[in-house]
Design a protein. Structure first.
Length: 260
């Protein structure tokens, strides 16, 4: 995969890429008692698998043991049938083909109030609080097609319907929260898009920072998402002392529980 250029064209032309982005790593099961060398070790392995599949895939989207990104799905740009507005769009996008950013990978913030542990504290408990698993993703998916967004699109407004485009650089591919997999399973791609009107911060600090850096002309640039009832952008340099203290306390509690 490393020698392939991961972009939206490649993703859409290789349907198997999208299919594999929803693949779940299977658990290793021992079929016969004579294969069990240590009952204690086998019990621990079973407990780990239980945590991995119930909390990891279903809840956080992050492996509790090693912090590996296991959020399912793939993001990409989809070319629309119309072009960017020749007057109101960003100058370099005027008259250019319009693209819509398809965000299938969860952000970890729960709509419509953009709630997340990360947004409240500025940190995460690895493998527990990221909120990018299947269950929170369901809330995001349902809200993505809420009546307000659909109506806005029909009236030529918002991320879906508007023809007012800006150039945005966003991650495309799978496992976008794993920085080590950049240029392997995902990459940054720049397109003229209408998906800049409403955006959502993810629960991954590194990705949030990269998106802001790559889109300096867009105020508070984040991953595109539907309109929310509460703005959740937090500048990393403006964290309050109380947030840092709360984060430290929660991390301490997690370490205590893990070691007990």
């Amino acid at each position: 995969m490393a020698d392939k250029k991961i972009d939206s064209k490649y993703i859409l032309n290789h349907k198997n890429f999208i299919n594999k982005s929803y693949a779940v790593e299977p658990a290793t099961l021992l079929q016969t008692p004579d294969q069990v060398k240590s009952l204690y070790d086998e019990t621990l392995d079973n407990l780990y698998d239980g945590v991995k599949y119930t909390i990891g895939y279903m809840g956080s989207g992050v492996n509790f043991k090693n912090g590996k990104d296991i959020a399912l799905g793939a993001n990409y740009f989809l070319k629309a049938n119309n072009k960017c507005d020749s007057e109101e769009s960003q100058p370099k996008c005027q008259g250019k083909p319009k693209y819509i950013y398809v965000r299938n990978i969860p952000t970890g913030t729960i709509p419509p109030l953009n709630l997340s542990f990360y947004n409240a504290t500025g940190c995460n408990l690895t493998g527990i609080t990221e909120g990018r698993g299947l269950v929170p993703a369901l809330f995001e998916d349902v809200y993505d097609i809420n009546p307000i967004e659909v109506t806005k699109g029909m009236l030529n407004y918002g991320n879906l319907g508007s023809d007012v485009c800006k150039e945005m650089t966003l991650p495309v591919g799978k496992n976008i929260y794993d920085q080590s997999k950049e240029n392997k399973t995902w990459n940054y791609e720049t397109k003229c898009t209408s998906s800049h009107h409403t955006m959502t911060e993810s629960t991954n600090k590194e990705l949030n920072q990269k998106i802001r850096e790559k889109n300096p002309l867009i105020v508070n640039a984040r991953l595109p998402g539907p309109h929310q009832l509460r703005e959740n952008f937090i500048n990393a340099n403006s964290k309050t002392t109380s947030q840092i203290i709360l984060c430290a306390i929660l991390v301490g509690i997690c370490i205590t529980i893990t070691n007990s």
